[in-house]
Design a protein around this ligand. Structure first.
Ligand SMILES: C[S@@+](CC[C@H](N)C(=O)[O-])C[C@H]1O[C@@H](n2cnc3c(N)ncnc32)[C@H](O)[C@@H]1O
Length: 544
């Protein structure tokens, strides 16, 4: 009778064994076929069964002494493979959990170490990724493995260095006419902190003096949505579809990652902005420990999320940004969390450059320690009234110092006369002359002259573009360089100002001073990530 029971037990074990085998082969096959979702399901089934075998082992001891270690090994490999499949589905949080469980079973499991390293690289946690690749390299399997471990090691070292120093260089890509892949940037946070802003709510501030072109931050989008539309012709329906896709992508990233949920929860939804908490900058560091502590589901109800996206999403190709090497018909929208703390100002001091899914924010002029970093949400080389209209469409009334200054001055009849004159076709040189005269009468300070010249940029550029007009007005209007320097001092470098200076330089030739002015303006527009020779190529000054 006892023998019979034993035989039945053995039969049951053999059947269970077979079932495990079959499940494992099926999951492995799905993984090989890159059917990630199905493979996750099959591995989950296998893992549950395997775990129940392990926990029932004391009641059903197997005569094979290696049975338990074999089960544990299979479980470790299954967890590792499920992590791989989950990471391909970009479900990094669950994939990391699987890696950690596999490493609990086998501390130096080669495949899991590599998988965890790759996931950490994807999450921009470069130094942690480096640690895992280094540990994997110690494994004897590393030599015979098909994994390009050296490649991963080099990549994480390079990214770790870039993330620590901000030493990015896009020059090669620029010089090669944007052929091939641009450099893959690392996330980087320069000398900045988040503080209460006099403009509104919170803002980003520099903690030390920086010069034009210095990188302030590089951060990866939570999600982007892009398309090519001939003539940038996006009808309302297309816009709606893009927006819907974009919001779905953001929601998906939030569902998968508690860190993203936590960071998005710091953003403004446009309500009571002055009362919002001021988060520590460390919270946004890619290597920051995340305690997964965000739990309030209500905070992220759909309507609040839509408001957050409405207030904080950025269009890639905008007035204060540059997407190098893009097609003219390109349109892209995205959410970059840390960049969302940057307020608008009509005297902005920063611009951004979009490379892949990353945004690089850099100073567009020299900035002093303690100053707030701002960029232009809309065109600031335009008069007050036009800027007021633009800020209205953004849902706020601009609270910057230039607007306050110009509002006070706006009651002046003679200022309005110049505007009306220009509308009626007044000669641009005459308008510039009247403006300069007016500024003397109104006792406008040197610094503030740049504000008004930026407001009348259209007239200024016409007056200086045409040699005839510039010569005709001779000494009655200031030299172009004076106007350019004061406008750039006020609103930072701008492509239109740079183009004018570069064209004059090409036309008349120029000395060291002129070239240095053009290069500094170039650094303000493109950032120091484009070095001197590449900058000359961009400005078409290669032959000078
Ligand atoms: C992307 S957020 C900027 C960060 C925001 N201040 C915060 O505390 O999260 C954009 C919002 O900031 C405010 N804002 C930005 N620039 C402004 C300006 N120049 N004047 C008034 N409000 C501004 C507006 O409420 C706008 O909707």
């Amino acid at each position: 009778m006892r023998e019979e029971a034993q035989q039945q037990d053995q039969l049951a074990m053999a059947t269970a064994e077979e079932q495990l085998q079959q499940l494992r082969s099926k999951a492995a096959e799905l993984l090989l076929r890159e059917e990630w979702q199905e493979s996750v399901q099959a591995y989950s089934h296998f893992i549950t069964l395997c775990q129940s075998h392990i926990s029932n082992f004391p009641q059903n001891p197997n005569p094979d002494p290696d049975h338990l270690p074999k089960l544990r090994k299979s479980l470790c490999l299954a967890l590792s493979n499920r992590a791989e499949a989950r990471s391909r589905l970009r479900d990094f949080a669950e994939a990391l959990r699987d890696c950690d469980r596999a490493l609990e079973i086998e501390r130096a499991h080669f495949k899991t170490l590599v998988c965890k390293g790759k996931i950490l690289l994807n999450l921009n946690r470069y130094s942690m990724a480096l640690d895992y690749f280094r540990t994997a390299q110690l494994d004897p399997q590393a030599n015979g493995s098909s994994v390009d471990l050296d490649g991963y090691l080099q990549k994480s070292k390079k990214l770790e260095l870039m993330s620590r120093t901000g030493a990015f260089d896009l020059s090669e890509w620029v010089v090669n006419g944007f052929r091939g892949k641009p450099l893959e940037p690392a996330e980087y946070i320069g000398a900045v902190q988040i503080k209460k802003s006099e403009i509104r709510g919170r803002g980003l501030f520099v903690t030390k003096n920086i010069d034009a072109g210095t990188l302030v931050l590089v951060t990866k989008a939570v999600a982007t949505e892009r398309g090519i539309f001939p003539g940038q012709n996006l009808d309302e329906n297309t816009q709606l579809v893009m927006w819907k896709n974009f919001t779905e992508k953001v929601m998906d990233s939030m569902a998968k990652c508690s860190r993203i949920r936590d960071l998005i929860s710091t953003l403004s939804s446009g309500e009571d902005e002055n009362e919002l908490e001021v988060p520590e900058i460390n919270r946004f560091m890619p290597e920051a420990e995340h305690n997964g502590g965000y739990h309030n589901e209500n905070e992220h109800d759909a309507s609040r999320m839509l408001s957050i996206l409405d207030v904080n999403s950025l269009v890639e190709d905008a007035i204060s940004s540059k997407v190098l090497g893009k097609n003219n018909d390109y349109y892209g929208v995205g959410l970059w969390v840390l960049a969302s703390f940057i307020n608008h100002s009509c005297v902005p001091n920063a611009r951004r450059m979009h490379v892949g899914d990353y945004v690089m924010v850099h100073a567009s002029r020299d900035v002093k320690a303690g100053e707030e970093i701002t960029f232009a949400y809309f065109d600031v080389l335009s008069p007050l009234e036009k800027r007021n209209e633009s800020s209205k469409t953004w849902g706020f009334r601009c609270n910057c110092k230039r607007c306050k200054f110009e509002e006070k001055l706006y009651s002046r009849e003679d200022l309005r006369e110049i505007e009306m004159g220009l509308e009626r076709g007044m000669d641009a040189g005459a308008a510039v002359y009247k403006l300069e005269e007016g500024m003397r009468r109104w006792m406008v300070k040197e610094r503030e002259k740049g504000y008004l010249r930026a407001s009348f940029w259209e007239a200024c550029s016409q007056a200086y573009y045409s040699e005839k007009s510039a010569k005709g007005w001779g000494r009655r209007i200031p030299p172009m360089e004076t106007v350019v320097d004061s406008v750039v001092e006020a609103v930072g470098s701008d492509e239109r100002v740079l183009k004018m200076v570069a064209e004059k330089l090409k036309g008349r030739g120029g000395g060291m001073v002129e070239m240095e002015r053009a290069m500094k303006l170039g650094r303000g527009v493109y950032g120091k990530v484009v070095k001197k020779q590449a900058m000359k190529t961009l400005l078409g000054l290669g032959i000078l």
